[in-house]
Design a protein around this ligand. Structure first.
Ligand code: SF4
Ligand code: MG
Length: 322
């Protein structure tokens, strides 16, 4: 398969003032050496609890945050090497959709203006062509032409998310990063938007990076899933493989916490101890060890290697790297 996006050893560290003397230079390793590939037309999901670095990863790929180190290879170019001008030009091929469309849609612009603007900014159409395109696009996301003259506040949350999807897709991107794109919506609206996203993916041959904390949603629409914890990739596999045959104790715990609809399906819930540690003061060795039911001596001493345990199934845990 064709690889659209390749992330190699990506790191994003944020400086913080730390230590008792407040003089020690320290940093939070929000993303700490993660690697993955995204294949053409697939949905690749990044899951994990809040603060695990999944959003920072998405933003670093788009250089909304400048990565500390690593490579982001998109259609053969390392995005971290290209100059600002070239990057601006490439940016239209990579769009981001956020959780809260209200904050990303300028409230003073009509929907028409919101849809026309990216086409004009990237010089992809004349004003007349752009307006024509806006009319087509608004219908593709399930709204109507008549609604183009309205303002974002006149729409419901689900409708606003449809507008931001239209705005992202109108420039005909290759890759779309969806950061908790349905998390703020009611469950029934969520599934409408997810179905819309899957339809549009087909129609426009899109590749998705889907960032979410919700393992039910992720299972529904992903081809492959990466599980992050404290800025690191714990496990990565095809959706089927990950949900049927999870290897990492963290993945097992996350999956055990999903409520099941079928009462006959017996599941033993693995209760994790404690909270996610302070990312500015992570544990030695395995980042998960303070909460891991399988932790042993080696886990404190040595950071587990990220290995391909089975074909296309990666895991970072000492239970698998002996
Ligand atoms: Fe648990 Fe050790 Fe594996 Fe980390 S390396 S997940 S602490 S068993
Ligand atoms: Mg987030």
């Amino acid at each position: 398969e064709q690889v659209v996006l390749e992330v190699n050893h990506l790191k994003k560290y944020f400086p913080i003032k730390g230590g008792i003397l407040k003089r020690t230079k320290n940093h939070v390793k929000a993303v700490d050496d993660i690697s993955f590939k995204v294949r053409e037309n697939e949905t690749f999901s990044l899951v994990g609890e809040s603060g695990c670095g999944k959003s920072t990863t998405g933003r670093s790929i788009l250089r909304l945050l400048e990565p500390t180190d690593g490579e982001v290879i998109f259609k053969g170019d390392n995005l971290l090497d290209v100059n600002k001008r070239t990057f601006r030009h490439m940016r239209k091929d990579m769009q981001l959709i956020f959780q809260d469309p209200y904050s990303s849609l300028n409230p003073r612009m009509t929907v028409k203006k919101l849809l026309v603007e990216p086409l004009l900014t990237h010089k992809l159409a004349t004003k007349k062509e752009a307006e024509q395109k806006a009319e087509e696009m608004i219908e593709k996301v399930g709204l109507s032409k008549e609604q183009l003259n309205r303002y974002p506040h006149e729409f419901s949350g689900g409708q606003r998310q449809r507008i931001s999807i239209a705005r992202a897709l109108i420039v005909n991107p290759k890759l779309v990063i969806l950061d908790e794109a349905v998390s703020a919506l009611d469950v029934s609206i969520q599934s409408q938007i997810l179905n819309l996203l899957m339809r549009l993916q087909e129609e426009f041959q899109l590749t998705y990076v889907f960032i979410s904390h919700d393992l039910n949603v992720v299972k529904h629409l992903s081809d492959r899933v990466g599980v992050m914890y404290l800025g690191q990739m714990m496990e990565l596999a095809s959706t089927e493989e990950l949900y049927e045959n999870p290897l990492h104790p963290y993945t097992k715990a996350l999956l055990s916490a999903i409520p099941t609809i079928d009462p006959k399906e017996k599941k033993e819930r693995i209760i994790l101890q404690g909270d996610v540690p302070d990312p500015s003061d992570p544990p030695s060795g395995c980042p998960f060890r303070l909460r891991c039911p399988m932790a042993h001596n080696r886990c404190a001493e040595e950071k587990p290697k990220y290995i391909e345990k089975e074909k296309d199934h990666w895991v970072a845990c000492h239970l698998f790297d002996e």
